[in-house]
Design a protein around this ligand. Structure first.
Ligand SMILES: *Cc1c(COP(=O)(O)O)cnc(C)c1O
Length: 455
């Protein structure tokens, strides 16, 4: 008996998840531990607590607990903008003439314009619980900085954001949104920090990178009493909080007895993808079901598809712990003409282990094809997608067209992580035909990889 599927599948508030799900609990091969760059030994909780909030350190290091109850205050905040809809892309299917059934989980329905608020509110909550004065962070395109400013203003915490210089210049309105929520925003690299000064001396005129902004934010957090550093992606704790996306998606699909064949997400540091796939990956890891899972990354910053699986620094300034991940080298800075976000040199250690073990696929796409997909999607589905999200759209369209060729009725679910209202400079370049595809050469990647730390 198949029920007619509505355009939007909503959950009731009381159907929202009450606990986050930790995929690591079901992984046979656990993600490799963070290492102390000085000693090469696994980071102990005490060491991490100088940088991160204590409760978040616990979540970071816990590879065994499958479910973490979502505190009531966070659930209340979630209810202001969640559950987010799971949308059946009927209009896109029609446009493509595909027998495939396409669904997307839309996370752009809050002021940050992305899924990042799901973890920001959790991290701000734990910082407040610990009695801190404030937090520092980095932001690339600005969604994370915005999400964190919103979360900090909710809990009355100070928020210092280091924003990658190229984005700071291209997206002045993002900065104003953050300041509306009370955050201070500094373009990175800056002369405020030792690491910023050093990077500017070595690379004068650099447009910055996430890795570099992370170093600055960490330096300030560690050097300011009552402050800790928070990160919007990559870390296990962030994937844990983002599992709310996947849990809601699964609950919505289950309501209509829908089983996806293919699950697709864009991959920057891996948080939305890790969150979206988590309950499905759990079933896969436990041998209960099988799904094809596809990570989509930019050809200009291809950590999964062209990176090396090795221990590396999480930041350019080499002040953070070492993480074993697919990486392009912590000194890798994507070409400044790359407009589509997803600029991080590494990848979540959890997703890296799953990819190494063959539980998921990865592919890279060029930015002009990403914007073509974005435009097609915008014209039929009525949402202006973020360039990051459009990597997933591109792959979903490609898979749907394969279904058309082979006359297969597969069910495709992808993560539509956010909206692109602040990315109109990039859209403008695309429309003016001046957007370029930059693909790093093998030599360029090899030169960056050659600088991986020797253990
Ligand atoms: C930050 C961001 C991403 C990429 O980050 P992940 O941690 O890989 O999820 C994707 N889409 C949007 C809209 C973002 O803001």
């Amino acid at each position: 008996m198949s029920k007619e599927i509505p355009y939007k599948i909503y959950l009731e508030e009381d159907e929202m998840p009450k606990a986050w799900y930790n995929m690591r609990a079901d992984m046979k091969n656990k993600p490799a531990p963070l290492l102390n760059p000085g000693t090469g030994a696994p980071m102990k909780a005490e060491e991490l607590e100088g940088v991160f909030c204590s409760e978040l350190v616990k979540q970071e290091l816990d590879n065994d607990t499958a479910y973490f109850e979502i505190p009531e205050e966070i659930r209340k905040f979630y209810k202001m903008y969640r559950p987010s809809p799971l949308v059946r892309a009927y209009c896109l299917e029609k446009k493509l003439g595909t027998p495939a059934k396409i669904y997307y989980k839309f996370e752009g329905n809050n002021t940050s314009g992305s899924h990042k608020l799901n973890s920001a509110i959790a991290q701000a909550y734990y910082a407040k619980q610990q009695g801190l004065k404030g937090v520092t962070t980095e932001t690339g395109a600005g969604q994370w900085g915005t999400a964190l400013s919103m979360a900090c203003s909710y809990f009355d915490l100070d928020c210092k954001v280091y924003m990658v210089k190229v984005s700071y210049e291209q997206k002045p309105f993002r900065r104003e949104v953050m300041r509306t929520y009370g955050a201070s925003v500094t373009p990175s690299p800056s002369m405020d920090t030792e690491v910023g000064k050093k990077i500017l001396a070595e690379h004068p005129g650099t447009t910055g990178s996430l890795g570099c902004a992370i170093s600055e934010a960490v330096e300030v957090a560690v050097g300011t009493p009552g402050y800790r550093y928070v990160l919007g992606s990559v870390l296990n704790q962030v994937l844990l909080h983002q599992s709310v996306i996947g849990l809601e998606t699964k609950a919505a699909l289950d309501k209509y007895d829908i089983t996806p064949d293919i699950i697709i997400g864009c991959a920057g540091g891996g948080s939305n993808l890790g969150g979206l796939i988590s309950p499905f990956m759990g079933e896969k890891l436990r041998g209960e079901k099988d799904y094809r899972i596809i990570a989509v990354e930019p050809a200009s910053c291809p950590s999964f598809t062209r990176g090396t699986y090795a221990y590396d620094f999480c930041d350019t300034g080499m002040v953070c712990p070492l993480s074993k991940m697919y990486t392009l080298g912590s000194g890798f800075i994507p070409a400044p003409n790359h407009a589509g976000g997803l600029r991080y040199h590494g990848m979540s250690s959890t997703l890296s282990q799953l990819y190494a073990d063959g539980y998921m696929e990865a592919r890279s796409v060029k930015q002009t094809e990403v914007f073509e997909a974005a435009e097609m999607f915008a014209r039929v589905e009525g949402i202006l997608p973020a360039p990051e999200s459009s990597h997933a759209i591109k792959a979903a369209i490609d898979e749907a067209l394969k279904c058309k060729e082979n006359n297969e009725e597969k069910t495709i679910v992808f993560g539509l992580t956010g909206t692109g209202y602040f990315d109109l400079v990039a859209y403008e370049k695309f429309h003016d035909g001046v957007m370029e595809d930059y693909i790093p050469s093998d030599e360029e990647i090899a030169a960056s990889i050659a600088k991986l730390p020797k253990l």
